[in-house]
Design a binder for this molecule. Structure first.
Ligand SMILES: Nc1ncnc2c1ncn2[C@@H]1O[C@H](COP(=O)(O)OP(=O)(O)OP(=O)(O)O)[C@@H](O)[C@H]1O
Ligand SMILES: [Mg+2]
Length: 716
C-alpha cells in the first residue's frame, strides 16, 4: 500500500516529517488523525524506525483501539509492538515497571471510583465531617489535575468547596493521601502525577522510557490538561521528536482543566517546530461545512483558519422546531424510521445532546418506534445515582420492608449515621429477624442517644412520606420527597449539583407525562419505572443495530453519515451555566461546532418552542448560535420531515373519521385559529373540556392547544 497516495500535498508533507517538533493544526475532518496514522506507518516503512520506538497518545481508549486496528492493516504484525494508548494507560504501564523507584509496591492497586468513594467515606467519618464522598472526590480530582500543592489549593480555591470550608477539605485531602500511601494504592489522577514525580526524581528512568518513545504523537492536543502537558514535555525532552495534532476550535474540556494555551503556545515552547496546516475537509458536505464555519467564525478568541470542502453540494442542513421536547424526540425517531426505510443502517446515525438529562425523552421515543439505541459513554437515565436515590425514597415509603432502598437513603443527605451504627442496626435486624426498617424503629436498643435520635428522625420522615404515598400523584409525591428529605438542597449546595438537578427535573417531567396517561399512585409509577429501566439495555447486550445517543462532548473525533443535534436552545446550548463569561460561551460555541462537524452527509438541528420546568411551561428561545447561521443555509421541516416554506403547504393527514357530534376535534380536520390562522389537526387527546390538540399552522409550526381556550373554528 502506498502510504502517500490517498493524501493531499499538505498531509503528505506532514506524514513525511521526520525529526524534531511538529504541530499539525487544522479544522475538523481535515484528516489530522489520518495523518498521524500514516506518519507512524511511514516512519516504520520508510525511515527504519522500530515500532518499539513509537508512542501515540489518544483521547479515549476507543480511539486508541481504532488507531491500532488501522495501523495493523497498514504495517501488519509490527503494529503489535507499537505503544498506542491514552495518557492514563501509558502512565499506568510506566508505573508498573518503575513504580518501586517512588515507593510503590509491585502489585499496587489502582483505585477505581467506587474504591475511592469507600475510602473517602471512611476518611470523612474519621474526621467527623459531613459531606458526600462524591464531592470530596471532585475536589481532590481538581487539586490533582491542576497539580496544586495544599498551599496552592488554600490560596486558589473558593472558601466553601465540595460542601465544606476549604480548610476542612484540605484536611480531608491530606488524610486521604496518607491512607492511600498506607494502602499502597493510587487513584486515577495519581497516575499522571506519580509518573511526573518519578521522572523528575529519577532522570535515569525518564531516560529509559524515552528510548521506548523516541517518536511521540499526541492527538487532540487542544484538550490536554497541565499534568498531560508536563508529561509530554518530559517525555519529548531528549530527542524532541514530538508531533502534536489538534484544533483549537475543538477545545471543549476547559471545564475539566484542559488548557487551550498548550496548543496555542506550542510554537513558543518549541521555537523550531514545523507547522503543518491542513485546509481541506474530507468529512462533511459543503452544506454542512458552511454551517459549521458560520458558527465558529463568531468566536473572538480564535486563530483564523481555512477549511474548504472537498465534498461539494449535498443535502441542506435541516431545521425542525417542535412544540415541546417530547414532540422533538418523536420527530427524531420518526425521521430515523424514515431513513431506515430508505436503506440507512441505524449505526450510521447519531443523536447528540448537551446534557445527559436530555437522553430520557429520546430513549423513550426510540423505544416506541422499536428502534435500538446505544448510549455511549453514559449511564442510562434510570441508572443515574440521583435518580436512583430519589426513587429509593419513594420505594422505601411505599414499602418500608424494602431493605435495599432504606439502606440506600438512610444517610443521604448525611444524617450522622455512620458505618458502625449501620452495622449494629443490620445486626439487630438479623438477630431479631425483622426488616431493616423495623430495626431502625428499635434503634434505641443498640445505639447511643444522639445516633438513635437521628435514626428516629429518619423513621419519622419515611413514615410521613408513607402516609402521603397513596393520596398524591407521582409528580407531587416526588416533589415532596425532594423537599422533605433535603435532597434537592443538598445538591444545590454542591459544585457538580446542577447536572444532577437537571436529571431530577427530568424525573418529575417523566412522572407528569405518566400522569397524563394513567391514573395511579407513586407505587404504580415505580412499577412502570422498574419495567422501563430493565428494558433500557440488558447488561452487556447491545442491540445488533442501534442509533448512537451521546453527549456532544463524547462525540469528539468521531464521524457519522447522519447526525441530529437536539435542543439547540438558549439554556441548553449554550448551557445556562455558561452564559456569563465570554470564555465559557465560546467553549459552548466550540461544542456546537464539534457537533456539527461530526456529520458527513445529513445534519438535523432541532429545538422546541416550549419547555416544562418544574411543571411550568415556559417559552424557549432558539439558541443564539442559530442566529449565526444565515437563513438560506437551513431548510425548515414540517413534523413529517417535509420541507417547509417556498410556498409548500403542510402535508395533509387523512381524516380518520368525521368529527363527532360531541364537538371534539380529530386528526386531519382543518381549523382556523384567531391568531395563527389556518391549520391542520395532527393529534388530539382527552375529551370535552380537557381536550388538547396539536395543530400544524402554515408558517408557524406545531402548536399544542387546549380546546377550551384556543377558540378554534372548524373549517370544511
Ligand atoms: N486525503 C484524504 N482523502 C480521502 N479521505 C480523507 C483524506 N484525509 C482524510 N480523509 C477522511 O476524512 C475523514 C476525517 O479525517 P480525520 O478523522 O482524520 O479528521 P480529523 O482532522 O482528525 O477530524 P477531527 O478534528 O474531527 O478529529 C475521515 O473519514 C478520513 O478517512
Ligand atoms: Mg481526529
Amino acid at each position: 500500500m502506498d502510504l502517500l497516495r490517498d493524501l493531499n500535498p499538505a498531509q503528505r508533507e506532514a506524514v513525511q516529517h521526520y525529526t524534531g517538533p511538529a504541530l499539525v493544526v487544522a479544522g475538523a475532518g481535515s484528516g489530522k488523525t489520518r495523518t498521524v496514522v500514516h506518519r507512524i506507518a511511514y516512519l516504520i516503512r520508510h525511515r527504519g524506525v522500530y515500532p518499539t520506538e513509537i508512542l501515540a497518545v489518544t483521547f479515549t481508549n476507543k480511539a486508541a483501539g481504532e488507531m491500532k486496528e488501522r495501523l495493523a492493516r497498514m504495517v501488519g504484525p509490527a503494529a503489535r509492538e507499537l505503544w498506542v494508548s491514552t495518557f492514563h494507560s501509558a502512565a499506568l504501564r510506566i508505573l508498573r515497571v518503575y513504580g518501586e523507584y517512588i515507593g510503590l509496591k509491585p502489585g499496587f492497586v489502582v483505585y477505581d471510583e467506587d474504591d475511592q468513594l469507600a475510602l473517602l467515606k471512611e476518611v470523612l467519618g474519621g474526621l467527623g465531617l459531613e459531606t458526600r464522598p462524591q464531592y470530596a472526590r471532585g475536589v481532590i480530582d481538581r487539586i490533582k489535575n491542576r497539580m496544586w500543592s495544599v498551599d496552592a489549593f488554600l490560596r486558589e480555591a473558593e472558601d466553601w468547596v465540595g460542601g465544606l470550608p476549604k480548610e476542612q477539605m484540605a484536611a480531608v485531602y491530606q488524610a486521604y493521601e496518607a491512607r492511600m500511601r498506607a494502602l499502597g494504592a493510587v487513584d486515577f489522577n495519581d497516575l499522571l502525577l506519580k509518573v511526573i514525580g518519578l521522572f523528575e526524581a529519577h532522570p535515569e528512568v525518564l531516560h529509559r522510557v524515552q528510548q521506548r518513545a523516541r517518536f511521540i504523537h499526541v492527538d487532540e492536543y487542544q484538550d490536554t490538561n497541565p499534568a498531560q502537558y508536563r508529561l509530554t514535555r518530559l517525555l519529548a525532552g531528549a530527542e524532541r521528536n514530538l508531533m502534536v495534532v489538534g484544533d483549537p476550535d475543538q477545545s471543549i474540556y476547559g471545564f475539566r482543566n484542559a488548557d487551550i494555551h498548550n496548543i496555542l503556545n506550542f510554537e513558543k515552547d518549541y521555537p523550531d517546530a514545523r507547522v503543518y496546516r491542513l485546509e481541506e475537509n474530507y468529512r462533511s458536505t459543503e452544506a454542512i461545512l458552511r454551517v459549521a464555519n458560520a458558527v465558529i467564525e463568531k468566536n473572538a478568541l480564535r486563530l483564523e483558519k481555512t477549511l474548504r470542502p472537498v465534498r461539494s453540494g449535498g443535502d441542506p442542513v435541516f431545521l425542525y422546531r417542535a412544540p415541546d421536547h417530547r414532540e422533538e424526540a418523536a420527530f427524531v425517531a420518526r425521521e430515523v424510521q424514515r431513513l431506515k426505510g430508505r436503506g440507512r443502517r441505524l449505526d450510521e446515525i447519531a443523536v447528540l445532546y448537551r446534557t445527559n438529562a436530555q437522553s430520557r425523552v429520546l430513549e423513550e421515543a426510540f423505544r416506541r418506534q422499536n428502534l435500538g439505541v446505544r448510549i455511549v459513554g453514559g449511564v442510562g437515565f434510570y441508572e443515574r445515582r440521583e435518580v436512583k436515590d430519589v426513587l429509593a425514597y419513594a420505594r422505601a415509603a411505599v414499602n418500608p420492608a424494602d431493605d435495599l432502598a432504606v439502606k440506600r437513603v438512610l444517610n443521604v443527605p448525611a444524617r450522622g449515621i455512620g458505618q458502625t451504627s449501620l452495622a449494629k442496626l443490620s445486626q439487630l435486624a438479623e438477630t431479631a429477624r425483622v426488616s431493616f426498617f423495623e430495626a431502625l424503629r428499635r434503634a434505641g436498643e443498640v445505639l447511643a442517644r444522639p445516633q438513635a435520635q437521628a435514626v428516629q428522625r429518619f423513621v419519622a420522615l419515611i413514615e410521613g412520606l408513607a402516609n402521603a404515598a397513596y393520596d398524591t400523584g407521582p409528580d407531587a409525591f416526588l416533589r415532596l420527597v425532594l423537599a422533605e428529605t433535603g435532597y434537592a438542597d443538598m445538591l444545590r449546595r454542591e459544585p457538580d449539583g446542577e447536572a444532577r438537578l437537571e436529571n431530577l427535573e427530568e424525573l418529575l417531567r417523566a412522572a407528569r407525562e405518566w400522569e397524563e396517561q394513567h391514573a395511579g399512585t407513586i407505587a404504580d409509577f415505580l412499577d412502570e419505572v422498574a419495567l422501563t429501566a430493565r428494558a433500557e439495555e440488558p447488561e452487556g447486550e447491545v442491540p445488533a443495530e442501534a442509533v448512537t445517543l451521546m453527549t456532544l462532548h463524547n462525540a469528539k473525533g468521531l464521524e457519522f453519515p447522519v447526525v441530529f443535534i437536539v435542543g439547540v436552545e438558549e439554556g441548553l446550548l449554550p448551557h445556562r451555566s455558561s452564559t456569563a463569561r465570554v470564555e465559557d460561551l465560546e467553549e459552548e460555541r466550540r461544542l456546537f461546532y464539534v457537533g456539527i462537524t461530526r456529520a458527513q452527509e445529513r445534519l438535523y438541528l432541532t429545538l422546541s418552542e416550549e419547555r416544562e420546568t418544574y411543571g411550568r411551561r415556559e417559552a424557549v428561545r432558539a439558541s443564539r448560535f442559530l442566529e449565526d447561521i444565515p437563513e438560506a443555509f437551513l431548510q425548515p421541516l414540517s413534523p413529517f420531515g417535509e420541507p417547509l416554506g417556498a410556498g409548500r403547504e403542510p402535508v395533509a393527514v387523512r381524516p380518520t373519521r368525521r368529527s363527532s357530534a360531541a364537538g371534539g376535534f380529530r386528526g386531519g380536520e382543518k381549523v382556523r385559529h384567531p391568531r395563527f390562522g389556518q391549520g391542520l389537526v395532527v393529534a388530539a387527546s382527552g375529551e370535552g373540556d380537557r381536550q388538547e390538540v396539536t395543530v400544524h399552522f402554515a408558517g408557524v409550526g406545531l402548536k399544542k392547544l387546549l380546546v377550551k381556550y384556543a377558540g378554534l373554528e372548524r373549517i370544511e
